[in-house]
Design a protein around this ligand. Structure first.
Ligand code: XIL
Length: 337
């Protein structure tokens, strides 16, 4: 069949995947998959602030950018401000002597150095956290240091440095019809509204799309209504981190793969039915490396899983299996585009 990014671009969309530096190196067998199927690449961690904390760290990101150039693939900007990726020295300063200049310098220098050809920047990652404040903003060190206004300031900083790029807020757990996710969607929509009303340069929403077969129900109607509200504000939508966490590891792999693919397809059908959805990114491309690698606790729940010879330690939630063969999840993406 045709590569996923070609299928996506037939309807004006892009497809890409997150990958680690070692996966885009010429000696990596994963590189061929990325080369064939992806229209863009996402540094999985390499662009994060804590991965650019020291001058020497930049060698890794420079190398990443060089490989992407050789492959002819533009990058997607993940992510400028994330509470979980602040270098220790900056955490210390933000706690003791908050100075916007620290944040501004990081945003400006990162964009100046790597922004060439980046169409979308995820400026603020994961700003929502229910149950902390009435406005649903996460009690991050950014919020403690600068108040809720840090989001506007970050977007304005990014806009000044990358006037042609589209600027996103990126958020997780927006997918299911369960109370906590309903709350998260509600708070996020209000945040987007406030920012747009104040004329802040915000061009889209990144919906992470970490699907989870342990979480139910997925309601097409509810997700569709949410995306319609976002689109109604004139914002782009990008599905930025699609993958599927499994629920039942002792099923045969064929069954597991079918459940993963069916869920991804149902989700993508809704997402891609919305014209504002501009692209889909999977958070990895092969089960050989996924951040969903299962921990002891997961495995303890399924004592039989180790015995069926299917590498149960690997979640099967990405397009290719750990032997780099296309799985039903791959064909679900192809069919959805
Ligand atoms: C994960 C990476 O995949 C891991 O390699 C890293 O150790 C931790 O972060 N939401 C995000 C991503 O925005 O940056 C996270 O990526 C997954 C959840």
């Amino acid at each position: 069949g045709r590569p996923l990014h070609e299928l996506a671009s037939a309807s004006g969309r892009f497809y890409g995947a997150a990958a680690l530096l070692r996966e885009v190196r010429p000696d990596s067998p994963v590189r061929a998959l990325l080369q064939r199927d992806c229209g863009l690449l996402v540094p999985e961690v390499e662009l994060n602030w804590d991965h650019l904390a020291q001058p020497a760290d930049h060698l890794r990101m420079e190398e990443y950018a060089a490989h992407a150039r050789d492959m002819g693939k533009p990058l997607h900007g993940h992510t400028l401000l994330w509470h979980r990726s602040v270098p220790a020295w900056a955490q210390e300063l933000l706690r003791t002597a908050p100075d916007w200049g620290i944040v501004a310098a990081h945003i400006r220098s990162t964009i100046r150095r790597y922004g060439q050809g980046i169409a979308y920047w995820e400026v603020v990652n994961e700003p929502i956290d229910t149950g902390y404040r009435p406005d649903g903003l996460r009690g991050s060190l950014f919020l403690e240091a600068f108040g809720p206004d840090y989001i506007r300031r970050a977007l304005e900083e990014a806009a000044a440095a990358a006037p042609a790029a589209k600027l996103l807020i990126n958020e997780f757990s927006l997918d299911y019809d369960i109370p906590v996710e309903r709350e998260r969607r509600r708070h996020l929509l209000r945040l987007l509204e406030r920012l747009l009303k104040a004329g802040v340069p915000l061009h889209g929403l990144g919906v992470q799309g970490h699907l989870d077969l342990q979480k139910r129900p997925f309601s097409a109607r509810v997700f569709e209504a949410f995306l319609a509200e976002v689109a109604g504000m004139g914002l782009d939508i990008v599905i930025t981190e699609l993958d599927v966490r499994e629920a039942d590891l002792i099923q045969p792999p064929q069954v597991r793969d079918r459940l993963v693919a069916e869920h991804a397809k149902a989700y993508l059908d809704v997402a891609l039915d919305q014209p504002a959805t501009k692209g889909v990114i999977t958070w990895g491309i092969t089960d050989r490396h996924s951040w969903l690698e299962l921990g002891e606790a997961d495995l303890a729940r399924f004592p039989g899983a180790w015995q069926d010879g299917t590498s149960p330690g690997l979640n099967r939630g990405l397009p290719f299996d750990s032997d780099l063969r296309a799985k039903p999840m791959y064909y679900a993406l192809a069919a959805a585009f």
